[in-house]
Design a protein around this ligand. Structure first.
Ligand SMILES: Nc1ncnc2c1ncn2[C@@H]1O[C@H](COP(=O)(O)OP(=O)(O)O)[C@@H](O)[C@H]1O
Ligand SMILES: [Mg+2]
Length: 252
């Protein structure tokens, strides 16, 4: 895997809010077709990484290269173009309340492509089948459970056939059964579409189910990066504490 050029190459990325340094010169590579999980306690900067990678937050310093393009000098038009290659599954599924499930899934397609209506409907039905909700097309988001909303969010993220998919805490707030369902869906998505994925989570179950490699973020640094096996067998006390579910105190 590592002899390929990374799809995402992060170098010495620093993010500071005033005097508070959230990411302290981190390096990270994400290779084609892999699912990399970024784990770490709440407030450690996981979502911040995703904000940088989607162009919502500019680095304080450092470099982010996506699909071979240095994004530091990007304007909004260039980010928009790059975002067409990216699907994002948000922490709070972020569906539009006033649109049906089908219209939510079709939203990006309608906005970015001029496809015949028949093709849009076909694509929407296919995606809803993929996420296990073949009959939900005409439902409203308010009628859905949390797990169903996450699945619709995933269908929407996949609608544009992205090369890169970002997941922000996709299993947060779900029961163990739905957590497993979503984790398997992430795995299936990777296998079916060969997407490059970045999974941000503090849920180890989903990491063990769908990640290839894992990076642990703590106090602004990546304290360890390795395969799922390497992380499971880590001797790093911070990593061990985190994966065994102990509370980690932040050093301020
Ligand atoms: N716009 C902002 N202004 C100031 N502080 C922020 C801002 N965004 C995030 N932070 C801080 O950065 C830290 C990391 O946040 P976040 O990336 O959301 O953590 P995580 O996703 O790991 O829970 C938190 O302490 C948060 O309060
Ligand atoms: Mg977060």
């Amino acid at each position: 895997m590592n002899n390929k050029e990374p799809v995402i190459k992060i170098r010495k990325l620093k993010i500071a809010f005033g005097s508070k340094v959230v990411l302290n010169e981190i390096d990270l590579d994400i290779f084609p077709g892999e699912t990399l999980a970024v784990i770490g306690p709440s407030g450690t900067g996981k979502s911040t990484v995703l904000k940088v990678l989607t162009g919502l937050l500019a680095p304080t310093s450092g470099s982010v290269v996506i699909e071979g393009q240095e994004t530091n000098s990007f304007d909004e038009v260039q980010w928009d173009e790059l975002r067409k290659h990216m699907g994002v599954v948000f922490q709070y599924s972020a569906l539009f309340d006033f649109l049906t499930v089908g219209e939510n899934v079709a939203f990006g397609l309608r906005r970015h492509f001029s496809l015949p209506e028949e093709e849009i409907q076909e694509r929407v039905e296919e995606l809803l089948k993929l996420v296990g909700l073949p009959d939900a097309k005409d439902m409203m988001p308010a009628e859905l459970s949390g797990g169903m909303k996450k699945r619709v969010g995933l269908a929407r993220a996949l609608a544009m056939e992205p090369q890169i998919v970002y997941y922000d805490e996709p299993t947060a707030g779900l029961d163990p059964v739905m957590t497993m369902t979503i984790s398997r869906l992430i795995k299936k998505t990777q296998q079916k579409f060969n997407v490059t994925s970045l999974l941000v989570t503090h849920d180890m179950e989903s990491v063990f189910t769908c990640a290839d490699r894992v990076a642990m973020l703590y106090n602004g640094k990546i304290v360890q990066i390795g395969t799922v096996e390497e992380i499971k067998n880590s001797t790093n006390p911070v990593v061990r504490a985190f994966i065994s579910g102990q509370e980690l105190k932040k050093e301020d």
